[in-house]
Design a protein around this ligand. Structure first.
Ligand SMILES: [Mg+2]
Length: 456
């Protein structure tokens, strides 16, 4: 029989922040989106203050004085790191894993023997102990039921009395007798079902379908006629027929974006080039991470639509001569595009780089030309830079056009840029040039490593 678990981090972003700032425990905490706009994660204490998901900070910040509400700026790099750790431990629960979102993964438990509830509690404990992140685990014979069980596990813990206490933290619907299942489903609103959005929930409620039990008892054929095949599938899943398979092969992204709002408006070309180089570098890393190459680079910049003053919004697409995942080529294309759209005198608030027309690197079409073929060397170079940045921290080996974020006076500046000769070896093809800069420590590390630096 099919059996799935859903492992989900509680109030994930807030939990990540609390790992590094334990003093925030038991305080109402929210994590705020870009530019500290809206609440995108809330601690249980913040939920108890009736702060809604997505609430603008200016509407809730008075709670700072009255209730000690803490608002934190989001740190997505940290959340990504914590997510990876959590996912790798969760993977120990069963043989297959689908990473569904930054804090949720489905585990395929088919064929796993023994007391799965006890096993899940152990994995939950391990995640808490090793990463500091509290999770809820739900199990069911379909993904929709596992998701529902997860909702029950978390609600039973957060709101005592809503469900039997033994469902708190870990809830295994598959181990429950049918009559008990019905009781639980009758106590759960139809809007809590995975795939039932607010609009559908309203329609269902108007038709008298108020609880999960009501929905589960509907005739799938009728549901398809009156609503959709999608809702029909949901009904069948609630009835225990697994229709949504575990998707453990993440589909490669069709485009990769790196965009950011600036902390304060930017008008000069210099800082814009630094920013766009940084975006292209990050995007190039993601591109290599999924094993693809890009054929076009889009770059854009615009002023704020909300501020007074002259408006500017431009973008351009720079085609690449060959599909590539080479940071130097992608950065150069992005900078070229930026220079072509840039006009002085505008208070730019946001810019970004999108890599377009992605194809798998393995499908790369070689071409017959008279230029020396050095693609293999460049691929190795990029892999080395990725490995160094992964080991010593993001941005440790930046390109020359990126800002050296470590050059803050308090940190100490590198005595000189590491110009390791990342020159264009693709036969005078001007699209591939870039120098490496690096910090003193890395400079020494590389040269003490002997051949490593000279290989560049
Ligand atoms: Mg969550």
């Amino acid at each position: 029989m099919a059996l799935f678990a859903l492992v989900d981090g509680n109030n994930f972003y807030v939990s990540c922040e609390r790992v590094f700032r334990p003093s925030l425990k038991s305080w109402p905490v929210v994590v705020l989106s870009n530019n500290d706009g809206c609440c995108i994660a809330r601690s249980n204490e913040a939920k108890a203050l009736h702060i809604k998901m997505g609430a603008p900070w200016f509407e809730v910040k008075h709670l700072n004085d009255s209730d000690g509400l803490v608002g934190l700026s989001a740190n997505f790099t940290l959340y990504g790191d914590m997510s990876e750790r959590m996912m790798s431990i969760a993977a120990g629960l069963g043989p297959g894993q689908e990473i569904y979102s930054i804090d949720e993964s489905f585990i395929d438990l088919a064929g796993v023997r023994g007391d799965l509830t006890a096993r899940s509690r152990q994995v939950r404990e391990r995640i808490l102990q090793w990463t500091g992140i509290p999770t809820g685990i739900g199990m069911g014979s379909t993904k929709t039921l596992a998701k529902l069980a997860n909702h029950i596990a978390k609600t039973a813990e957060r709101k005592p009395g809503s469900y039997p206490a033994e469902f708190g933290q870990v809830c295994n619907l598959a181990a429950l007798p049918a009559s008990d299942q019905d009781t639980v489903f009758a106590a759960t609103k139809v809007g809590e079902v995975w795939g039932v959005g607010r609009r559908i929930a309203e329609q269902l409620e108007e038709g008298g379908i108020l609880t999960v039990l009501d929905l589960m008892r509907m005739d799938p054929a009728t549901v398809r006629r009156r609503w959709s095949v999608v809702l029909e599938r949901t009904v069948r899943e609630l009835q225990g027929l697994s229709c949504i398979a575990l998707d453990d092969q993440p589909t490669p992204k069709k485009e990769i974006a790196c965009t950011r709002s600036f902390g304060r408006p930017v008008t000069d070309l210099g800082p814009l080039i630094e920013a766009v180089s940084e975006f292209a570098t990050r995007a190039a890393e993601k591109l290599r991470g999924q094993g693809s190459v890009a054929s076009e680079v889009l770059v854009f910049a615009h002023t704020s639509p909300h501020r007074p003053g002259p408006r500017f919004s431009q973008s351009t697409v720079v085609p690449l001569r060959r599909p590539t995942a080479d940071t130097a080529c992608l950065v150069q294309a992005a900078v070229l595009g930026l220079r072509s759209i840039y006009q002085p005198g505008f208070q730019l608030i946001k810019a970004g780089v999108l890599l377009l027309d992605l194809v798998p690197g393995s499908l790369y079409q070689g071409e017959l030309d008279l230029e020396p073929e050095t693609t293999g060397e460049r691929v190795k170079l990029m892999a080395t830079i990725d490995a160094l940045n992964a080991k010593y921290g993001k941005g440790m080996v930046p390109l020359a056009s990126q800002r050296d974020r470590r050059s803050h006076p308090a940190v100490g500046h590198a005595p000189g840029a590491l110009d390791a000769g990342l020159h264009d070896r693709v036969g005078g093809h001007a699209h591939c040039q870039g120098g490496l800069t690096g910090q003193g420590a890395l400079h020494r590390r590389l040269f003490s490593a002997g051949t490593a630096a000279r290989k560049f």
